[in-house]
Write a protein that binds this ligand. Structure first.
Ligand SMILES: NC(=O)c1ccc[n+]([C@@H]2O[C@H](COP(=O)([O-])OP(=O)(O)OC[C@H]3O[C@@H](n4cnc5c(N)ncnc54)[C@H](OP(=O)(O)O)[C@@H]3O)[C@@H](O)[C@H]2O)c1
Length: 346
């Protein structure tokens, strides 16, 4: 399978590394031979090789020069843009893990559309294009007979969309409530342990669990975006703009309330709730007091958890301990294997 990878930051690098590390398993267990034929960045050049890029050499070059390309002696670098690579190169699978913001998802969306229009399978870790245009992209994939998968985009290391797609196949998902923002969850736990909000945030930053600007996480918007993607993917809801969502984060939470919930054996968690309601889907995000009987009350620190309510099995709880590039890259590997297996049957 020839892979074109867009974005070579934390996730792009980790994805290359896991594909390299799992080469024997991919080959022996699934009969998959992968090679990266193109890797693009925004500002640090690109690498291409139709016979397969030597990833180890590329990683060494990147760590010594900061760039992916090699300067040809005395001449300017000749480099392809990511969109040229999408529209001109020969590849089977497009992997989009460029950085994006929810306010500007148009560029990765155009990359994804470009790949799907050419009949390529696509994987992405970007929330932006899903939030903006899941149905449009999914319809295009269906029309072109390709797969569009995005396990890494919501709750990185926790099996979520693949779990719903495979393990809940044939079930109706009536509601889905989850602890989906690890920054907020980590801070809530530290506050119960006696830290002030500011100290807890500082600690989260030091450990790499919080962005330089954590507003999007702490005001609940990250959880709201994830909930909206879930509503679109699992319940067929239309996209909702952030202004039209009922969202409250943990930024105004009082320690006294957290301690009161803990004393009763439960916990306050930032809960994203997506529910089917008489022909529509409602989304709320807010801190909720959860009793000890709710498994989400036991989702601690920088972890995720989600409770599905289904018409077949009742409640099903899935939790994952993993955040960060390695876990996210594994989610993308899972998508890659699903795509490779499905390609054999096409
Ligand atoms: N980090 C995580 O744990 C995590 C978890 C789940 C999902 N995600 C999502 O995965 C994506 C990647 O995250 P990351 O942490 O790897 O980000 P990152 O370290 O900032 O890397 C982003 C990469 O994308 C490249 N890029 C940005 N805009 C581009 C464009 N228009 N065309 C081509 N390349 C472009 C950047 O190029 P330059 O090198 O030139 O800047 C960089 O190589 C994001 O959408 C993020 O939300 C991340």
């Amino acid at each position: 399978m020839r892979i074109l990878l867009l974005g070579f930051g934390n996730i792009g690098r980790a994805f290359c590394e896991i594909v390299e590390a799992k080469t024997p398993v991919l080959r022996e267990k699934y009969g998959i031979e992968c090679r990266f034929v193109g890797i693009a960045t925004r500002s640090r050049g690109c690498a291409t090789d139709p016979n397969g890029i030597d990833v180890e050499t590329l990683l060494k070059r990147e760590s010594s020069t900061g760039r992916l390309d090699t300067p040809s002696s005395g001449r300017r670098r000749v480099t392809l843009s990511a969109s040229e690579m999408v529209s001109e190169m020969d590849y089977d699978l497009l992997v989009v893990c460029t950085s994006t913001t929810i306010q500007s998802p148009e560029i990765p969306k155009a990359y994804i559309r470009g790949g799907l229009e050419r009949g390529k399978d696509v994987i992405t870790s970007n929330k932006g294009p899903l939030f903006l245009a899941y149905r449009e992209l999914n319809d295009l994939a269906a029309e072109r007979g390709t797969l569009f998968l995005f396990e890494a985009a919501v709750m990185g290391g926790t099996p979520f969309f693949s779990f719903a797609r495979h393990s809940l196949v044939g079930s109706e998902i009536i509601s889905c409530e989850g602890v989906m923002n690890t920054t907020s969850n980590y801070i809530l736990d530290l506050m119960v342990g006696g830290s002030s909000f500011d100290d807890a945030l500082l600690d989260a930053r030091r450990k790499g669990f919080a962005e330089a600007d954590p507003t999007f996480d702490l005001e609940g918007w990250d959880s709201a975006v994830k909930a909206s993607i879930i509503a679109q993917v699992l319940m067929g809801a239309p996209p909702v703009s952030l202004e039209n969502m009922n969202v409250q984060g943990i930024n105004k939470i009082k320690t006294g309330l957290l301690l009161e919930a803990a004393r009763s054996g439960g916990a306050i968690r930032l809960v994203s709730r997506v529910e089917r309601e008489e022909g529509s889907v409602s989304i709320t995000v807010r801190p909720e007091v959860l009793p000890p009987s709710n498994p989400l009350s036991r989702v601690h620190g920088a972890t995720n958890g989600v409770l599905f309510l289904t018409d077949t099995l009742g409640e099903i709880f899935v939790a994952g301990g993993g955040i960060g590039p390695k876990h996210t890259a594994y989610s993308m590997l899972r998508d890659l294997i699903e795509i490779a297996v499905s390609r054999k049957a096409r």
